[in-house]
Structure formats: C-alpha cells, structure tokens
Write a protein that binds this ligand. Structure first.
Ligand SMILES: Nc1ncnc2c1ncn2[C@@H]1O[C@H](COP(=O)(O)OP(=O)(O)OP(=O)(O)O)[C@@H](O)[C@H]1O
Ligand SMILES: [Mg+2]
Length: 286
C-alpha cells in the first residue's frame, strides 16, 4: 500500500488540488484509494462537495472508528476522511496524549488488511503542526507542490527541514521525498523561470524536481467551484493533462511516464530512459 502525504508549509501552493487529483487519478486507474484531509480548513470536503457527519477529528480523538468516519464511494474506488474546522482544536485536545505524533499511524494500522486500499493520500495544512507531523509519521512518501514564486522555494526548504527533523527523531521510519512538483507554472513568466532555476539549484530539491509540473490553469478553479475534478470538468484542459502525467509518474515511479526527476533519470528504476524536460524547455500555453 502506498502512503503519500502532500505537504508544504506555504499556503496556496496547490496541495489540496494535488492531493485530490492524485487520489482521484489513482482511483480512476482502478486502485482502491483513501484520501485523508489532515487540514482543519476542510478543503478536500469543500472541493468534493462532501457533508461529513464524522470527521478526521473524531478519528484522531478515538471518538469514532475508521468505518464510521470514512465516506465511501466518493468516486469509483475513492473513499475520503474529511475534515472540518473542529480539527483546529486537536492540537490542544491532544496535548496530553503520549506519542501524540503517531496517533494517525496507530489509528490506521490495519488499513490494508482490513480495507484493501492500494494507496492512501493525505492532504496537509500549510504548517508544521501536530497534524502535519502525524501525516508525516503515517506516510512513507511525500510530494511537495511548489508555486512559482521565490517565497514558495523558502517554504519548500522549510518543509524539507521539517521532514529532516522527522527522519532524525524517528530514524527507523521510511519517509522519502518522492517529488517536488512545480505548480502554477507559466513558462513565459520571469517568476516561473527564476523559481525553477532556484529549485533546480537546490541540492535536495533539484534531483526530485518533477518537470514540467502543473501549468497555471483556470479550469482548476472552475472545477473546484463545481465540486468536480478537472478530468470531470474539463478533460481536455492543460491541468487535466498535467495531473494525468503526475498520476502516471506516481503509478509507475517515473519509469515510463512523460515526467521524470533528474535523479530517476540518472538511475531509472526499471532500466527505462524516459524523456526529460529541463526548466528551459518547460512549455506553457497562456
Ligand atoms: N495550477 C493551477 N492553476 C491555477 N489555479 C490553481 C492551480 N493549482 C491550484 N489552483 C487554485 O489555487 C487555489 C489554491 O489551491 P489549493 O487549495 O490546492 O492550495 P493549498 O496549498 O492546498 O492551500 P492551503 O495551503 O490553504 O491548504 C485553489 O483555488 C485552486 O483551485
Ligand atoms: Mg489545502
């Protein structure tokens, strides 16, 4: 079972959009997927038009079993644990718990054997708070979406520092940076070029940079407003194509998708040699 967290301390970089499309995309390819909203803003539920009775907060507090919290069949193969602002209180309510950073992974211990999921995707809030640490201690792979401005690079760096802290404190746990995903990519734009250059030059981020990334695309906003994925709302849009490639990449770890990180190209996992796009080659329609 894949366990993926979508994380960046910076707000508004496309975490929720990415988590939803990753989860829905994998489900659309036949996987059984659970999408968990670990952000009290509750944007996964808003975007998918859900009205949860039981939420992430109940699961974390132990007030409800997984079965009564999971919303089944949100899409074919896709279940969701939604969140609401009530989860803002979790930080305080869990303050006295022992090992409070591992509550989520303990609550979801038998997910694969009892529910048969192939993948779990966790959407995180824009902060390194208790809930994000719980997500990082549940997940084994992380995806870091980064918007195209230099502040977002700082956010990504801070995020990776938080991940390094988790690795240091829990060295026995597997936690890999799967990909740093450029979002809001607009190649004609100086900010995009400068940001991609800065990301490429970063020692940790550069090798995991997933190019060409997700182009800026207004259809994502319209899709959200209509409680649909972009594949449902605008299947021929740029975002539909770009998120399709992300799902390809995650599905086959880059071996034959149009996406590739520099590192995977250096050592393709299955001997394949996928095409690469350099930052300069990133194409964007306006
Ligand atoms: N590639 C894109 N092009 C245009 N708009 C986008 C793109 N990606 C996301 N958006 C829009 O940007 C807004 C913020 O995206 P999203 O909610 O996914 O960010 P976030 O990182 O989860 O934010 P937060 O940190 O508040 O949780 C949303 O309205 C979304 O529809
Ligand atoms: Mg979000």
């Amino acid at each position: 079972m894949r366990k993926l967290a979508v994380v960046n301390m910076k707000g508004g970089v496309g975490k929720t959009t990415t988590a939803i499309h990753l989860a829905a995309g994998l489900a659309g390819r036949g996987a059984r997927v659970l999408l968990i909203d670990a952000d009290p803003q509750g944007n996964v539920g808003h975007t998918l038009g859900l009205r949860p009775e039981r939420t992430f907060e109940d699961l974390m507090m132990g007030d409800a079993a997984f079965d009564s919290v999971a919303i089944r069949g949100v899409r074919q193969g896709l279940d969701v644990v939604a969140s609401t602002p009530a989860a803002f209180a979790l930080e305080r309510r869990l303050a006295g718990e022992t090992q409070r950073e591992t509550i989520l992974s303990r609550r979801l211990r038998n997910l694969r054997s009892e529910h048969g999921y192939d993948a779990v995707v966790v959407d995180c809030s824009p902060a390194m708070n208790l809930l994000t640490f719980n997500a990082l201690l549940f997940a084994e792979e992380i995806v870091v979406p980064v918007g195209m401005d230099l502040m977002a690079v700082i956010g990504a760096r801070q995020t990776l520092n938080g991940v390094a802290q988790v690795r240091e404190l829990w060295p026995e746990r597997r936690l890999e940076l799967l990909a740093v995903l450029p979002t809001f990519v607009h190649s004609g734009n100086h900010a995009t070029r400068a940001t991609l250059d800065a990301l490429t030059g970063d020692r940790d981020i550069g090798p995991r940079l997933l190019l060409p990334g997700i182009r800026q695309c207004i259809d994502l906003n319209y899709a959200t407003a209509s409680h649909q994925t972009v594949w449902e709302y605008a299947p021929k849009s740029r975002a539909a194509a770009d998120y399709g490639k992300l799902v390809d990449f995650v599905e086959d770890s880059g071996a034959s998708s149009g996406y590739a990180t520099q590192e995977r190209l250096a050592a393709p996992p299955f001997g394949a040699s996928p095409a690469i796009a350099t930052p300069a080659e990133v194409q964007t329609e306006v």
